[in-house]
Design a protein around this ligand. Structure first.
Ligand SMILES: Nc1ncnc2c1ncn2[C@@H]1O[C@H](COP(=O)(O)OP(=O)(O)OP(=O)(O)O)[C@@H](O)[C@H]1O
Ligand SMILES: [Mg+2]
Length: 297
């Protein structure tokens, strides 16, 4: 049930003077059960790309294959993938509309024609998955919730559909660190249960923690596709509009003096493990911080 994109092209306002080519030949494979992180600067085409993964947009050239279904420029129905890939939009809470949290989450199931008897149990399960107690939250108005809770409800509204694949477009945008952590933990849990997860984010530290592999978009193409270890061998992320997270930047600064040091660290604990052998061989009294201090490490 791999997702396979072959030579996908997409231009907004094609055929008009305002034509804006965004995807210019995307080749990408996402095996079932993988968590893929999609990176790229503003306007690099990440949202346009993920909208092809659930058929919201159809390729104008090339093909998008999701499991048994292949979308081509000639495909008539864009709803073919609606039961295949769930998409959590950028700022999904803007789409909350019902009077209660329960009704908002149940709406997608009702629309999909799920048996009425199944709905309450599935809504409650989706709420639990995002860390909200169904008894406390089910009857509340979505508009009375704080931003983080709204985001959790909006995500529950997609999880409830139980699609084998999920796309999160900037799931952490506007959330505090605890909210972002909750969502990265959720994505990891979903991938652990065998779901294919694709996540777009400008928070590279979050994405590095959850993704098995990474794809970087630049000028409408996939300019990098591989593991964090492979990405860390590139030193010029800034040409793609990106910047290393502070933890990796710190380890890279040390690696400049110690070639061969592994810089693909995802957590402070991993950074400590990489640096420990160097610290053990350093003098027991460290030099003072500031000019010249700690530079020798
Ligand atoms: N509906 C549209 N009509 C015309 N141009 C669009 C439309 N949607 C997006 N674009 C343009 O296409 C380009 C790619 O947009 P897209 O939203 O895919 O980028 P992105 O990588 O998701 O950016 P961001 O990091 O800001 O979310 C941008 O320059 C954007 O202005
Ligand atoms: Mg976007």
């Amino acid at each position: 049930m791999t997702i396979r994109l072959r030579d996908v092209h997409f231009t907004y306002a094609a055929g008009t003077p305002w034509a804006r080519p965004v995807l210019k030949g995307i080749d990408l494979e996402v095996p079932a059960g993988e968590c893929l992180g999609i990176l790229g600067g503003n306007g690099s085409g990440k949202t346009t790309l993920v909208r092809h993964m659930n058929g919201l947009l159809l390729p104008q050239r090339g093909t998008v294959q999701v499991g048994e279904i292949t979308l081509t420029p000639k495909t008539k129905s864009s709803r073919l993938l609606s039961g295949e890939t769930g998409l959590v939009f950028q700022f999904p809470e803007k789409q909350l509309f019902a009077e209660t949290v329960y009704d908002d989450i149940a709406f997608g199931l009702e629309f999909a024609g799920s048996p009425a008897g199944e709905i309450p149990g599935r809504v409650e399960e989706a709420l639990r998955q995002v860390g909200l107690d169904p008894g406390t939250y089910g009857r509340r108005s979505p508009f009375s919730l704080n931003w983080g809770e709204k985001r959790q409800v909006a995500i529950a509204g997609v999880l409830v559909l139980d699609t084998p694949r999920l796309v999160f477009d900037e799931p952490g945008a506007g959330l505090d660190p605890a909210g972002r952590r909750r969502i990265t933990d959720l994505m990891r849990e979903l991938a652990g249960r065998g779901k294919t997860v694709m996540v777009v984010s400008h928070h590279l530290d979050d994405i590095f923690r959850v993704a098995d592999r990474l794809a970087v978009l630049g000028d409408g193409r996939v300019v990098f596709h591989g593991s964090l270890e492979e990405l860390c061998r590139h030193d010029d992320l800034d040409r793609w509009g990106l910047e290393w997270p502070p933890l990796i930047r710190a380890v890279k600064a040390v690696a400049a003096r110690h070639p061969g040091l592994e810089t693909a660290v995802r957590t402070p604990r991993e950074a400590a493990a990489v640096l420990r052998p160097l610290l053990q061989s350093a003098p027991s009294t460290p030099p003072p911080l500031g000019k010249g201090g700690l530079r020798g490490i």
